[in-house]
Design a protein around this ligand. Structure first.
Ligand code: FAD
Length: 444
């Protein structure tokens, strides 16, 4: 059976690799001169540093398993520092522990953190006693959090974490699609916090086990490894404009929704119309290398998040050389600063100099940093992070049903569909390949 994969981001590379392993004749078409899509490693201060994604979740198996399969398992490293901070109410403050995606499980620790006011902490304390079901349909993360824990916890803890990962506001994000672990807890009993505590207490996961992994030479190693396995079955600089051009029994399209729509429209107008509802946020990642002697902040942790209510340009700063042993050196400090989120593209519209000025001003405000960087790299990721609105999973199911009816030889997968994290993309690529092979050839 011939299987064509369109797009060689992590989803498409995995789909091609998996289909080839299952014995299919495979071609992966990639528009760019390189594979990897949103995964890109380049040099900063003489070291490989990722421009986009720089780590993946260790507590779901798919990415770790893939690294092991590619012979990269022994290279995996986890952060040297775990403590994370929030810039809130004029200072960097440690995230209260324990928490689940910013939801505090210990209200005394929340009050002591100073991230919210004493009124905010007292409001959160009421959660276990509140009447009503914690979850109302597929509501937004913001609606759930504001109702159960109050605006301050929602805006100063959950939004920086959950909204930050998705470059979104929690008020626009589906609980079911963006944070299924919160949806599951909220649907189990009358109190979200009590159910999260119960799940934490019954968890068999060692709390000391790594939460994230990366590869010291950059996540480009992962996509390079897959590219090597595919060999000449991976066709770079080969944009696909029409699926009709492709000679294959089955096609798996792994492009962002914007790029996939014109390919899907001629074969399923309904699926293409529904895909038009997927919106994207743009973000910019500024990586900076400083002379260590000019940075007097202790940076005792992995970095910090900035709630949007603080009104700064930056949304997060990773203390990359503290977080990872392989980044930076005794002489060089490396920071990775994120800015931009859905509905706030002003920072993306800035030219390089104005952007660096805005970032520099925020680093001064948040961590008192006044040094001039020795090296800077600006990575603009336009329309790169899909937005999972309430109803997202229903929308994706409808898209899949339309395709199954109109074009059973075609599958779509990727960050916009069933999860944007690297493990979720790997899982989707693998499932799409396995389903294509298992179904066998159908008439095109
Ligand atoms: C700044 C940033 C930071 C992130 N950080 C993390 C993180 O730390 N951890 C994590 O788990 N996830 C992170 N993510 C998310 C994750 O990196 C992405 O969701 C994932 O890499 C997307 O993979 P994909 O294969 O679905 O899509 P893409 O990577 O977008 O791949 C799609 C590919 O299709 C190609 N293409 C487009 N049009 C055509 C065409 N017509 N014909 C052929 N090819 C085409 C593109 O060139 C591209 O290579 C981050 C994302 C961003 C933007």
């Amino acid at each position: 059976m011939k299987i064509a994969v369109v797009g060689a981001g992590i989803t498409g590379l995995v789909a091609g690799h998996e289909a080839a392993k299952a014995g299919a004749e495979v071609v992966v078409y990639e528009a760019a001169e390189r594979a990897g899509g949103r995964l890109l490693t380049t040099e900063l201060a003489g070291q490989p540093v990722d421009e986009g994604a720089d780590a993946f979740l260790a507590r779901v198996p798919w990415a770790t398993e893939l690294c092991q399969e590619l012979g990269l398992g022994d290279e995996l490293v986890s952060p040297a520092q775990r403590a994370a901070f929030v810039y809130s109410r004029g200072a960097l403050r440690a995230l209260p522990q324990p928490n689940v995606m910013g939801v505090p499980l210990d209200f005394d620790a929340l009050a002591a953190s100073g991230i919210v006011s004493s009124d905010g902490a007292n409001r959160a304390r009421q959660e276990p006693e509140l009447a009503g079901s914690p979850l109302v349909g597929d509501e937004s993360v913001g609606a759930l959090m504001r109702r159960r824990l109050g605006d301050e916890v929602a805006e100063r803890l959950v939004d920086p974490l959950v909204g930050g990962i998705n470059a979104s506001s929690i008020d626009d994000l589906s609980v079911q699609a963006a944070v299924p672990q919160l949806a599951e807890a909220a649907s189990r009993g009358p109190s979200l916090v009590q159910e999260l505590r119960r799940l934490a207490a019954s968890s068999t996961v060692d709390p000391a086990a790594p939460v994230f992994f990366t590869l010291p030479d950059g996540l480009g190693r992962l996509t390079d490894g897959l590219g090597d396995r595919l060999g000449d079955r991976l066709r770079l600089s080969s944009p696909v404009a029409e699926l009709g051009e492709i000679d294959a029994d089955k096609v798996i399209v792994t492009l962002p929704a914007d790029a996939a729509r014109p390919l899907v429209a001629p074969v399923s107008a309904r699926a293409a119309e529904l895909m038009g509802k997927i919106d994207y946020a743009s973000v910019v990642l500024v990586s900076l290398a400083f002379d260590a002697s000019e940075v007097d902040h202790p940076m005792a942790g992995s970095g910090y998040l900035v709630p949007s209510v603080e009104g700064l340009s930056i949304t997060a700063c990773s203390w990359a050389s503290s977080k990872w042993n392989h980044v930076g050196s005794a002489d060089t400090v490396v920071l990775r600063v994120s800015a931009g989120r859905y509905g706030n593209d002003q920072v993306l519209a800035l030219g390089d100099d104005a952007l660096l000025e805005a970032v520099g001003a925020d680093l001064t405000t948040t961590m008192g940093l006044n040094a001039e960087p020795q090296e800077v790299r600006i990575s603009r990721w336009e329309r790169s992070l899909p937005q999972f609105r309430p109803g997202h999973l229903g929308l994706v199911a409808e898209i899949e049903q339309s395709l199954a009816q109109d074009a059973p030889w075609l599958q779509v997968a990727g960050a916009w569909a069933r999860g944007l994290g690297i493990p979720a993309c790997i899982h989707q690529g693998r499932l799409a390949a396995q389903t294509s092979v298992a179904q066998g050839a159908v008439t095109r």
